[in-house]
Design a protein around this ligand. Structure first.
Ligand code: 2M8
Length: 464
C-alpha cells in the first residue's frame, strides 16, 4: 500500500526523520514544557510552545496539552500570554535579557506570581490553532486519547478566550481588527526589514552596557541581529518597563507602535480555531457571536492593508501614520487568515509563486525566503532578513491546504522535509545553498517536521 505512493527509500528516510525529530524534542523537554533550543534559547517561548504542541500531538496527547497548559499557567491577569517564561534552572549567562532584567514585570499588578519570571511582551497567538490540532489528531486516533483531548479543550478554552480578548482590546483600542506590537520581539520576526523604518526613528540614550550571550551560540555573529538593533531592542524594553508594562501608558508614549499583519492574520486563523473549540466545549452563544465578530473584524482590517501594486499586505506604522513598504513573506499572510475571495487568493498565489518569492532564480528549493531577494533589506544569512524558516513554511502550507491549493501545499511540505532531512533541525536555512544557520536542534523545526510527516499523502493513503 505505502509503496504505491512513495518509494521505499523515501519512506525509510521519513521514518528516520521522525525518530530524529522526536529525539530533538525529547532532548529539549523540561518535564511539562520544552526549551526553544538547548543553548541559544533555554527558556519557554510562547509561539514556539504552540508549534511544539502541534508536533507533540502526534506523540502523546497529554504531553502536547501540557505544553500549552504550562504556558497558560503564566498568563497575565489582563489575558496576555507572555512571550517568555524563564527557566529558573537555566545557566546564568546563557540568555540575555534574562529573568533579572525582566523581574520588573513581576512588580506589575497584572503579572502572575513569580518566580518563574516572565517577560512582559507577547508573541503571535498560534495557541488556539495548536489546541485544536491536538484534538484533531487525538480524534483520529480515537479511544482514551480523544477523551483526554476533549477534557483539555474544556480546560484551556477560558484562557484562550481571555488571551484573544486581551489582543482585541488592549492591542487594538482602535477596533481595527489589527494588532499593535510594542517591540519587534513581539512580531517573532525580530530583525525583519519590516521594522527598519520604525526602529530607525527610535532614539536611544543612556543605555547601560549589556552582554550579547546570543553570539556565543551561532557560528557567525552576522546570523544574528546587529548591536545597533540590540541597542534599540533594549531601549524599547527600558521604556516599556518605565511605563509599568501598562498598555495604556505605552500607547500614549512609546516610540514603536506598529500594526503587525502577520500577527493579525494568525489571530484571525486562531479565532477560527477558537470558534470550533467553543462549539466543541459547548460555550455560550455570546462567546460564539463575539469570536465570529472578531474574525470579520480581522479580515476587514487585513483587507485594508492590501497594497495593490505589490500584491501584498503591509504593516502600518502608527507613529508615522504610514504603511511599511517592504517585500517580506509577512505580506502573504491573508492566506493564513483565510476567507478569501477567489480573485484575492489568485493574487496572493501569484505573489508566492513569483520571482519575488519561490520563483526567484537560483533558490535551492521552491520555498519562500523570509524577505524577498528583491527587497533592499534582503540578506540570505541574517536571521529574519532572508533565510528560510520552517515554521513560516508550515503556516503557509497549512493555509494553502485550507484554501484547497493542495498541489502547491504539497510542494512546500516535501521541499521543507527534504531540506530538514538533509541539513538537520536548524533554526533557519540559507535560501540558495540550504546551509543550516542559527541554533541547532531547534524544537519548533522538529515539531513542524513531525506534523508534516504525519500529514502527507502517505498518511491520507493509510487512513483511506
Ligand atoms: C527569536 O527571538 C528571541 C527573542 O524573543 C531572540 O532572538 O532572542 C525569534 O526567532 C522568535 O520568533 C522565537 O520565538 C525565539 C525563540 O525561538 O527566538
Amino acid at each position: 500500500m505505502q509503496v504505491k505512493i512513495l518509494p521505499r527509500s523515501v519512506l525509510v528516510g521519513h521514518e528516520r526523520l521522525a525518530v530524529r525529530a522526536q529525539e530533538v524534542l525529547r532532548h529539549n523537554d523540561m518535564g511539562g514544557w520544552t526549551r526553544a533550543a538547548p543553548e541559544l534559547y533555554p527558556h519557554q517561548w510562547s509561539w514556539d510552545s504552540a508549534f511544539i504542541a502541534i508536533g507533540l500531538a502526534h506523540l502523546n496527547t497529554r504531553r502536547a496539552a501540557r505544553e500549552l497548559e504550562s504556558l497558560f499557567e503564566h498568563q497575565w491577569k489582563t489575558g496576555k500570554v507572555p512571550h517568555i517564561v524563564f527557566n529558573p534552572e537555566a545557566q546564568p549567562g546563557s540568555y540575555f535579557p534574562g529573568p533579572d532584567h525582566w523581574a520588573c514585570a513581576a512588580a506589575s499588578p497584572e503579572a502572575p506570581p513569580a518566580p518563574p519570571y516572565t517577560s512582559c511582551l507577547c508573541q503571535p497567538p498560534v495557541h488556539a490553532i495548536a489546541a485544536l490540532r491536538i484534538w484533531e489528531v487525538a480524534e483520529r486516533n480515537g479511544g482514551e486519547e480523544a477523551g483526554a483531548a476533549r477534557a483539555f479543550l474544556r480546560e484551556i478554552y477560558p484562557g484562550l478566550l481571555l488571551w484573544h480578548r486581551y489582543l482585541l482590546t488592549y492591542r487594538d483600542p482602535e477596533g481595527s481588527g489589527l494588532i499593535t506590537i510594542f517591540h519587534p520581539w513581539e512580531s517573532g520576526t525580530d530583525n525583519s526589514p519590516r521594522w527598519d523604518t520604525p526602529l530607525a526613528a527610535v532614539e536611544v540614550s543612556d543605555l547601560a552596557p549589556y552582554p550579547r550571550y546570543d553570539l556565543q551560540h551561532v557560528a557567525n555573529p552576522s546570523q544574528r541581529p546587529t548591536d545597533a538593533d540590540y541597542d534599540r531592542y533594549l531601549w524599547l524594553v527600558k521604556l516599556i518597563k518605565k511605563a509599568g508594562c501598562n498598555e495604556r501608558s505605552i500607547y500614549r508614549t512609546h516610540p514603536f507602535l506598529v500594526k503587525d499583519v502577520l500577527f493579525s492574520a494568525i489571530l484571525v486563523a486562531a479565532n477560527e480555531a477558537l470558534l470550533t473549540i467553543a462549539g466543541l466545549v459547548g460555550a455560550q452563544a455570546e462567546d460564539r457571536t463575539l469570536i465570529a465578530d472578531w474574525i470579520k473584524r480581522g479580515r476587514r482590517g487585513l483587507g485594508r492593508c492590501r497594497n495593490p501594486e505589490l500584491g501584498l499586505c503591509l504593516d502600518h506604522d502608527l507613529r508615522a501614520g504610514r504603511a511599511l513598504r517592504v517585500h517580506t513573506v509577512a505580506g502573504l499572510v491573508p492566506l493564513v487568515a483565510g476567507g478569501l475571495r477567489p480573485w484575492h487568493l489568485a493574487i496572493l498565489l501569484e505573489a508566492l509563486r513569483s520571482s519575488s518569492f519561490i520563483g526567484y532564480p537560483g533558490l535551492g528549493r521552491p520555498l519562500p525566503p523570509s524577505t524577498s531577494p528583491n527587497d533592499p533589506g534582503f540578506d540570505p544569512r541574517s536571521y529574519w532578513r532572508g533565510p528560510l524558516w520552517p515554521v513560516i513554511d508550515w503556516l503557509l502550507w497549512w493555509a494553502l491546504e485550507r484554501a484547497g491549493e493542495n498541489q502547491l501545499a504539497e510542494r512546500l511540505r516535501e521541499s521543507s522535509l527534504e531540506q530538514i532531512a538533509e541539513e538537520g533541525f536548524a533554526e533557519y536555512f540559507e535560501p540558495f545553498t540550504g546551509e543550516p544557520l542559527g541554533s541547532k536542534e531547534q524544537s519548533w523545526t522538529a515539531a513542524v517536521a513531525l506534523d508534516w510527516l504525519a500529514s502527507g499523502p502517505r498518511r491520507k493513503m493509510l487512513a483511506a
